[in-house]
Design a protein around this ligand. Structure first.
Ligand code: AMP
Ligand code: ZN
Length: 108
């Protein structure tokens, strides 16, 4: 499948990987909008938030939980951070494989 994030998951394209488990991977955004800008990406290819099914609810919960764990590890849990899912064109989605942005390290 011609998907950028699937290729990163398969190590066909390099990325600075910060976390990985059976369900997801997290890596640095290549064009960071904040001092800390990670993308938390499920290994399952789901195109948009609109395509999340009942079966994916636990997975999406895991993504959110990992965001707070990484925020702790990157020392932005107390200062604060922003988590974002962009959906479709008006939402500014560029990569059609869902991902949770984790941004912090400055006042957003
Ligand atoms: P979105 O606009 O929500 O789809 O976010 C896509 C994000 O992926 C953007 O913030 C891009 O900077 C980021 N991005 C695009 N290509 C890469 C890449 N090869 N490695 C890491 N991040 C990327
Ligand atoms: Zn994909």
């Amino acid at each position: 499948m011609d998907c950028l994030f699937c290729k990163i998951i398969k190590r066909e394209i390099p990325a600075t990987i910060q976390y990985e488990d059976d369900h997801m991977i997290a890596f640095n955004d290549i064009n960071p909008k904040a001092p800390i800008h990670l993308l938390i990406v499920p290994k399952k290819h789901i195109c948009t938030l609109n395509d999340v099914t009942e079966q994916d609810i636990e997975l999406v919960g895991r993504l959110v939980k990992t965001a707070s764990t990484l925020a702790e590890q990157f020392n932005i849990a107390q200062s604060g951070y922003r988590t974002v899912f962009n959906c479709n064109d008006d939402g500014g989605q560029e990569v059609y494989h869902i991902h949770l942005h984790l941004l912090g390290g400055k006042k957003l």
